[in-house]
Design a protein around this ligand. Structure first.
Ligand code: FE2
Length: 289
């Protein structure tokens, strides 16, 4: 059975942290999360002038995973476990915060100085109670190493960050089954993508428009998917634009979710503990190079 779009949510434009412009389809009014996906931020696209670019200086996380996918621009990151790196277009960083990290996510020195376009995604994926205090883990995959596939007619291309599509499996290891696919669809594309029945799933369109089973999604709209074992992704042949979307989902954890800013736990008591651990420096600090 094909999954229907049971709810359409428009992403809201807002300003995060120090002034970073985002579109956020999740959370939305009345929808705290789509278990296990907690948050979807589309960063930009924004064109910065020299000296204008903004990022997220040192801040903590505990109890879930942050997944950063760059489409344009460069981000430099550092964290309390001594990891440092630079994310370039097409790269993915899958960070399991687990029991706690302090990290910074900043535009690269080049973008800061010269300005330029920044576009990408940050998704928050929840961890089950048994893994909330696991050791932090980083998986960084360069653009050239992200598995890609193209449909037989050449009209659909998919980058498989997590899960499987068009016979290609992801390279990133996830703690629970997660689907994270970036689809690039040309006019006339028509795909039926299998999706395990036990997964919650959603589509977020960030360029062009999509038709799924006769229902439409426009740029900046998220479609929450109903039950079924596949999803139809199509673009009318008469369309003049390339459509881009994320297909996201996972097996729901079915546990209580208590969030306080950058901490996502199962109880208020665990949040209080996270705040205390952070304030007392138990999540570490970033050593300056
Ligand atoms: Fe962060």
């Amino acid at each position: 059975m094909k999954r229907a779009i049971k709810q359409v949510i428009k992403a809201r434009r807002q300003t995060e942290g120090g002034g970073f412009q985002i579109r956020r389809p999740l959370p939305a009014p009345g929808v705290r999360y789509i278990d296990p996906i907690l948050m979807i931020d589309e960063m930009g696209p924004v064109d910065y002038l020299p000296g204008e670019a903004i990022g997220a200086p040192d801040h903590p996380h505990r109890g879930f995973e942050t997944v950063t996918y760059m489409l344009a621009g460069e981000f430099e990151h550092r964290d309390s476990a001594g990891h440092a790196g630079r994310l370039q277009p097409g790269d993915v960083q899958w960070m399991t915060a687990g029991r706690g990290v302090v990290h910074s996510e900043m535009p690269s020195a080049r973008i800061m100085e010269e300005g330029g376009r920044v576009h990408g995604f940050q998704i928050w994926v929840n961890l089950p109670a048994r893994l909330k205090m696991t050791a932090p883990r980083y998986q960084e995959v360069a653009a050239s190493q992200i598995p890609e596939a193209v449909s037989e007619d050449g009209l659909a291309r998919v980058r498989v960050i997590a899960g499987e599509a068009l016979g290609v499996g992801a390279r990133i290891d996830t703690h629970t089954p997660i689907v994270y696919q970036h689809w690039i669809l040309q006019p006339g594309a028509d795909i039926d993508q299998p999706l395990a029945e036990n997964c919650n799933a959603l589509l977020y369109v960030f360029a062009g428009g999509l038709v799924s089973n006769g229902e439409h999604l426009a740029d900046g709209e998220m479609g929450v998917l109903g039950k079924g074992d596949s999803i139809n992704l199509s673009v009318p042949a008469a369309s003049t634009e390339t459509t881009q979307l994320l297909l996201l989902g996972g097996v729901p954890l079915g546990e209580s979710v208590v969030q306080h800013g950058p901490f996502v736990m199962n109880s208020q008591q665990e949040i209080d503990q996270a705040l205390q651990d952070y304030q007392q420096g138990r999540m570490g600090a970033i050593r300056q190079a």
